[in-house]
Design a protein around this ligand. Sequence first.
Ligand SMILES: [Zn+2]
Length: 335
Amino acid sequence: MTPSNTSKSEWLLKPQSSARTAATWGAAKVAAGLQNLRGNLRANGFGILMYHRVVARVPGIAVPTNNVSPDRLRRQLTGLLARGFESWPLTKLVDAHRASRTVPSNVFAVTFDDGYENNFTHALPILRELNVPATIFLSTKYLDSDQRFPFDDWSASGTNQAPADAWRPLSTGQCDELLASGLIEFGAHTHSHQRFIGRSAEFCDDVQTCLDILRDRFGIERPTFAFPYGEFDAQLVESARQLPLACAVISKNQRVESGDDIFLWGRFHVSQSDTAAMVAAKLSGWYPLLATTVRSLAPRLAWAPPARIACAHIDPLRYEEPLPAIAVSRKATPR
Ligand SMILES: [Zn+2]
């Protein structure tokens, strides 16, 4: 893998041409169908999902792509479980990887970046309801702050346009309760969440501060780690390797295969527009394969896509699916 990074999601976050948007949408739908018909493309490895905020839509305010509503989160996770996917804690996947144990191909892990209060107020009840474990990667400098994260680019953050738990960082007390739930693990996300490309010495100091706080406040030793902004280079990866970290995750939309570098594990960005079928298609390996193919072909497309599709941006309401009747149904491993 090339040690560089571009954006949180190569599929949905970049401004795209109409042809690419339509092609990506088509790939998502085809991939979802293939996952439904054929099961997972890959026989080994697993997928990691990346979330940020879990908040209801605020009328009249533009929603950034890293907001997922509680209802959408519940539908995504319920749909995955109903399709036979099984959620594991990230540390269990680290242990399996280090022991060279095979991980069933239907396994996935849930992660949240930064440490928003809504992970406690909105995500935890859903995770409890579905018995889904998750990792929250904390930027420790902002714990207990009543200010917005300085890197938060959502226009409603820090204003009274959105409820405070939509943008406020977690408090230490909330973190204690999250840990007490038995479902939540904390990972490191640096202390100050800066851009560290080309600044490996500062990176090491900052991560060490984060590690000290995780250890002193929560008793966590050797946590998992997520690069802030998903940004990394060869020096940062090597620096992370030298620190007492269990693994490092990035934001590249790909499954983790058995031979992958444990300090470069990919994650799938999950957005509000993703139905459970589309998240399943991402985890299954079908979506990455098809999306890569259409992205390479889309610039050459001479046709103009139908306006309805070109403007759709994968409208979640238009492509919604019914919520499965059984909330938690762990079926046999998909093929
Ligand atoms: Zn972050």
